[in-house]
Design a protein around this ligand. Sequence first.
Ligand code: HEM
Length: 514
Amino acid sequence: MGLFTLVPNYTLGTWLGVILPSAFVAYWVVWIVYARTLHPLSAIPGPFWASISRAWYVKQILSGDMEKTQRRLHSQHGPLVRIAPNEVACADISAIKMLYRAQNPLRKSDFYSVWGNPGISKHPDYFSVLDENVHSTRRRIVNQVYSLSSVLKSEKFIDGCSKLFCERLGEYVDAAKVFDLGEWSQWYAFDVIGELFYADQFGFMKNSEDHDSWIKSLDTLMPPLCVTAVSASYVRPLILCSAITIPAARHALKAIDHIVKAAKHCVSDRAKRFEVSKDPGVPQRQDLLQQFFDIMREKGEKLDFGIHEIELEAYVALFAGSDTTAIALRATFYYLMKHPAVMREAQSELDAAAAKGELSNPVQFAEANKLPLLCATIKEAMRLHPSVQLTMPRHAPRGGLQIAGTYIPEGYRVGLNAAVIHYDKGVFGEDADQFRPQRWLEENATNMDKHMLHFGAGTRTCIGKNISLAELHKLVPTVLLNFDIKMAHEEPWTTNNLWFSKQGKLNIVATRRT
Ligand code: HEM
């Protein structure tokens, strides 16, 4: 009341009914005029609403098809599109090297900060940390653990998951039941993370269920998190406060807690076993968690890498490692089923290798890596349907940035979206929007490789990519070797792009191959 009576002539009613609404309208009129004329990004084309408010981006997220909108906008407006008052999406392939450069890298925008969880360790995780120096110091500690050779130390445990997957699929075949390959792909991806970080499968596939509702928790969490990430920073506290009143948001906060607890449980349970296995008579299991424990024991104090930092590794793996990998598995199987000729050719390649005695069952990574069409198929699926399908925003550096012939001043956001770049006809060919794995067996393959952004680029490239590549190159050939699969219905899949572009059900029917 006091504030409104500072100017005694105006009553509370006048303030609320006239002055505040007028000030609000005036503010918006001035802002719109500024955003459309004098603003440093005003010359960059794009939807009117995007140029004046981030609400446009939020609406696209809620529609779940930002990648299609972006492809359409780029074909309409060219390589630069303003997708928020202070943010530009770029479709110019020459910007890859500039935006995701290794030397003096560009800073991530605050899109990323909402994904972090400060409650686990005093250090930030690699995905959400914005400071590049902190990022490189912390990532250096664990980089080796995520290398391909290190992941493959656990290959026999991944084999255990592939075997169980095929056993379960076989049971569905015998019972003549439809198998949701989409759901099972995510169960598989989670159980592999279990093997690598927990020394055991979590039990998704064993019990044929969403273990402890983790997938449900992630699905609940993604929409509010993604909306918050693309919202203006001043709106974010409001969204968080809404958690108190909106049940979906409240569930999302609980879901984070659920996943944090799961990660902590993973590590503490394993730490107990680690104590036990210090006994020289018990052989050490060389999975990823074991290697983190080794770092902690040998250099933990010096590097400030203790039990909470290991918990953070497990948390990120649970969060970032299941949806992404499952999306890539679904994409590969889906495109193969939609293109039976390619499927037959891939199976012939497998059969030929098996006939020469060059294939184990489950298939080993090194064996799969020698099969050109199989590798091309996986890459082509990740090209057409990358797991992450929003722009990966960075701040223009000191002195600004010249991209696609336009100057972006320092501090403004600009990013590339894999789901746009991967459709570039100049790089991938006139048929870039078609599934044609054979393109990877042609002479342009090296050039195309340089333009793939499915695992990101530069210093912030995906840390877990070798885990996922191992899963893909093992499960896909093992399934194709043992089963003929086809979709149970003809309808195309549904997708929902919330940073991870997750597909809906992928019901299949299968028969055993002899
Ligand atoms: C097919 C599977 C996967 C795909 C397609 C994928 C995709 C990506 C992409 C595109 C980025 C870059 C984001 C950016 O720069 O904005 C990224 C970063 C990251 N990913 Fe993955 N990811 C996958 C699997 C995994 C797994 C299994 C893990 C963990 C075990 C993981 C953990 C991370 C982390 C920690 C980062 C941040 C890296 C950094 O900034 O240093 N990802 N991922």
